[in-house]
Write a protein that binds this ligand. Sequence first.
Ligand SMILES: *Cc1c(COP(=O)(O)O)cnc(C)c1O
Length: 333
Amino acid sequence: MIVDLRSDTVTRPSAGMRRAMADAELGDDVYGDDPSVNRLQARAAEMLGFEQALYFPSGTQSNLAALMSHCDRGDEYLVGQEAHTYRFEAGGGAVLGSIQPQPLANRADGTLDLAEVEAAIKPDDLHFARTRLLALENTIGGKAIARSYLENALELAKRKGLSTHLDGARIFNASVGLQISAKDLCDGFDSVSVCLSKGLGAPAGTLLLGGKDLIARARRARKILGGAMRQAGVLAAAGLYALENNIERLAVDHANAERLAQGLRESGYEVEGPYTNMVFVRPAPEKIPALKSQFEKKKILVIPGARLRLVTHLDVDAAGVERALDAFRSLAA
Ligand SMILES: *Cc1c(COP(=O)(O)O)cnc(C)c1O
C-alpha cells in the first residue's frame, strides 16, 4: 500500500461512502430538485450557522463564485500573498471576474497585519479600484487562525464597510485543532467556502455558505462558470456522509502529524509544525536524492522540493507514519 503524503485531496471514498453514493436519491439540481444535494446544503447551512449553502464541484470555483458575488468589475479584494484564492487559483478573480487583488504579506502565523489591511483600503477616489472585500483563509498552510484574531479582522471590515469571505477549505481541521466549533469560527463572515474533498474524504465537492442574497448571486456565478450540475446528488451523498462521519476523526490525522513531526525531530531533521494535519521538513540538500530513492523503495509519495510538505489524512494510518519515518531515519545522522 502506498503512503501518500502529498495532500489530503488524495483520499478515496470509503466503502460506507460508496454505499451512500450508490443509494443516493437523485434529481436535477439545476431545477433545484436533487434531494441529496438539497439535504447536504441544508445540513451544512445548519452546522455552520448560515441561511443557505450552495454545492460546487471544486473549491476553486466556490471561491471564485464568492469573489464574483461580493465584487463587481473594477472592485478590489484584500488577500494574503500565500492565500489559495490569490496564489493557487490561476488568477481566476482577475481573469473571469475583472476583480483586482490587493495581496498583503502573510505573517509567520498565517494572519495578515490588520494595520496593513486598513492602510491598503483605497479612498473613494476615481483613481483607485473600489476596495470591497477582505478574504481570509483558515487553516492556512495548516495553521489554524484563532477566533480572537478573526473577531478583530471582522470588526475592522465592518467599520470600513468591507464584505468578508473566509476560505475555510480546511475549516474543520481548524475547528478540531482549536477545539472550538466550526460554527463559531465562521460566525460573522459574509461567506465561507468549505471543501469536502480534503480531510473529509469525499471524492469532490465544496460548499459555499452565506445569506440568501449572496447565495443567489453565487448561484448565477456558478452557472456562468459552468459549475451547475444535474444529478449531482451522487457526489453530494458522499459529502453528506463526510459531514456525518469524518469530522471528529480529523483528530487522528492531527495525532499522526504530531507523531511524524516528533519522529523527524528525533532523527535530527529541521521541522516546522505540526500545524493541524501538516508537517514541513527541510532535509539537507545533499540528502535529497537518497531520500527520493528511499521514498520509492518504501512506496511513499511526497511532492519534491527543498521544503517538503507532509500531509496526513484518513488514508494514512499510524503504520504508514512509521514507514515514512523509517525512510527519513535511514538517512539521518
Ligand atoms: C484545496 C483548497 C482550495 C480549493 O481547491 P480545489 O482543488 O479547487 O477544490 C481552496 N482553498 C484552499 C485553502 C485549499 O486548500
